[in-house]
Design a protein around this ligand. Structure first.
Ligand code: IPD
Length: 290
């Protein structure tokens, strides 16, 4: 039977807003809480708070009661050891707080990212940033939208810039440092970023992009590319919940996403470190998430 994606979208949007209220409440609590309420996962920059867990519990239980036949993949459930492989069944894929570092610092680029995967492909996405009251939604084949804080619903992308961009040197590009701060990935990323930003007359391979940004949330990077505010987002090492909703929203806005098949194979390749300057092809919005 066909899934009624419109009604799933209505339900998940309402749920994302409830989650957003909890994220805002958590932000106030975290700002006044002792640092001990912030826990480290792999290392001192890979953070999780009690609110990541509480938001995921809320979302998982509400989705479970409304859609008992659907499966669920979530960042915190995965961390807690729930690692069932992805199947063809409808599967919600959720990052309760994407941008946990921003959340901890009160930097207002934080969201819940809620996606639905069917037959291993993302078909519906909801990204809600409660700090800015910005809601991004998309359904495969039906476009993607931004609902602003004053309730306007705008089709994405907002502006049409030349397609493809005449050159990388006219692009605003999002990159992320990620949480792996070992020498090898950090120096590979630094040199890639340096070539993107560098003046070609002085930096070999330099592209002198308009500039680079690090938003700190994979899902919001996708949303900003879909919006047209960023031309490109490149990151290595994303997880399915970071990108599931974003893939739908960005593709429906005309973006091109590469690498997502590997991500949705649910096994993350730890060592495939590409080079952004080589990865960028001709699409106007070229998002590489591997
Ligand atoms: C992280 C953020 C970050 C990105 C990482 C993600 P989290 O998610 O999206 O910007 O660089 O790849 O894992 O830990 O804040 O949910």
């Amino acid at each position: 039977t066909e899934l009624d994606l419109e009604s799933i979208l209505d339900f998940t949007v309402a749920l994302a807003k409830r989650a957003g209220d909890l994220i805002l409440e958590g932000s106030l609590a975290i700002q006044s809480a002792p640092a001990s309420s912030i826990n480290e996962k792999k290392n001192a920059v890979d953070l999780v708070t009690e609110f990541d867990v509480r938001v995921e519990e809320l979302v998982k239980s509400e989705l479970g009661s409304k859609y008992p036949a659907f499966k669920f993949i979530g960042e915190e459930s995965y961390s807690a050891g729930d690692r069932a492989p992805l199947t063809d069944d409808p599967t919600f894929c959720v990052d309760p707080i994407d941008g946990t570092t921003n959340f901890v610092h009160g930097f207002p680029y934080v969201c819940i990212s809620l996606g639905l995967i069917v037959k291993k492909r993302p078909v519906l996405g909801v990204i809600y940033n409660p700090f800015l009251s910005q809601l991004y939604t998309g359904i495969k084949g039906h476009g993607s939208f931004l609902t602003t804080s004053d309730g306007k619903r705008l089709k994405l992308p907002l502006a049409s810039s030349p397609k493809p961009l005449p050159s990388l040197s006219q692009a605003l590009i999002a990159v992320e440092w990620g949480s792996d701060r070992a020498e090898k990935p950090i120096s590979a990323k630094s040199s890639s970023f340096g070539r993107l930003a560098g003046d070609p007359s002085q930096v070999p391979g330099g592209k002198m992009a308009h500039s680079l940004r690090s938003v700190g949330s994979a899902a919001l990077n996708f949303a900003l590319v879909a919006q047209g505010a960023l031309d490109l987002y490149w990151e290595v090492g994303c997880w399915p919940w970071d990108v599931c909703a974003g893939v739908v929203i960005a593709e429906e806005a005309g973006g091109i996403v590469t690498g997502s098949r590997e991500v949705f194979a649910a096994t993350r390749s730890e060592d495939s470190f590409g080079d952004v300057t080589e990865a960028i092809l001709t699409g106007r919005k070229y998002i590489v998430v591997r």
